[in-house]
Design a protein around this ligand. Structure first.
Ligand code: ADP
Ligand code: MG
Length: 260
């Protein structure tokens, strides 16, 4: 076997790591409508993500990538299967527990940044902490730290429309990891960026993982996906392959998905 290419593992062999996973999807399915209008966005999808790990999700448009993230982030409920965060099933949590989880534990990054136009970069990043009842002063200090970590502290007082696309995405990432967040869910965070800014975004997500955050990132960019710890391919709502780089060569190349 060419050592440059990632080792292929059979689906299901990740089960031994399940106890350590921060995020776990067990046989998750999601369908919309019924009868002739039935759409299945996810079919029996299982995935474990450990703390400190970045999993990249790839697949054609409509294959269920965004569904996977919204269900993992408790923004939507699955029609079948189970999602566990830090060992706790989302289905067993109350409405308030889930709201707290979304406020404190999960950070979301989307392709279109979703910054509030009327707030400065600093205020955007401080907002989730203020909503979580942290004092405005403490929230601003934590937000400034987060902006410093993504190298954009000098733009703290600027409004989103005064920032470039790459800068806005950095602010969005700072907002997603500020505070004690432990799970980062990013849906094509580099989709609207050029490759230099895409690489910068990737670096920040990797840095967040180094701090112990578990991350799942949807991307169309095989180059960016190749620096993830694992790549998951989706096709018609099914996870069709998981690629694990060999432990001795973490920088190994990404193999293309198999042609069925
Ligand atoms: P991707 O992010 O890979 O492009 P999505 O997860 O957005 O794919 O969607 C997967 C499938 O589920 C698509 O066929 C899409 O049309 C369908 N879908 C997603 N959300 C809804 C919804 N709210 N109602 C009906 N169908 C939906
Ligand atoms: Mg999508």
């Amino acid at each position: 076997m060419n050592p440059q290419f990632p080792r292929r593992v059979a689906l299901g062999t990740m089960a031994g790591d399940a106890a350590m996973s921060f995020l776990e999807l067990k046989n998750v399915s999601k369908s919309y409508g019924s009868g002739s209008t039935l759409v299945q966005s996810l079919v029996d999808a299982s995935l474990s993500v450990e703390r400190g790990n970045l999993v990249a999700v790839m697949g054609p448009s409509g294959s269920g990538k965004s569904s996977l993230l919204t269900i993992a982030g408790s923004l939507e409920e699955p029609t079948g299967g189970e999602v566990l965060i830090n060992g706790k099933s989302l289905a067993s949590m109350s409405y308030n527990d889930k709201a707290r989880l979304r406020r404190r534990t999960i950070g979301y990054v989307f392709q279109d940044f979703n910054l509030l136009a009327g707030l400065t970069a600093l205020e955007n990043v401080a907002l989730p902490l203020e909503l979580d009842d942290l004092s405005p002063k403490k929230a601003r200090i934590a937000a400034m730290n987060a902006l410093e970590n993504v190298g954009i502290a000098e733009r703290a007082e600027h409004f989103p429309d005064e920032l470039s696309g790459g800068e806005r995405q950095r602010v969005a990432i700072a907002r997603a990891v500020v505070g004690e967040r432990q799970l980062l869910l990013a849906d094509e965070p580099s989709g609207a960026l050029d490759s230099a800014n895409g690489d910068a975004v990737m670096k920040m997500i990797r840095a967040a993982c180094k701090q112990g955050i578990a991350a799942v990132m949807v991307t169309h960019d095989a180059h960016l996906a190749s620096s993830a710890d694992r790549v998951v391919f989706l096709k018609d709502g099914r996870i069709v392959d998981q690629t694990v780089p060999p432990p001795t060569t973490p920088e190994s190349l990404l193999a293309p998905p198999p042609i069925p």
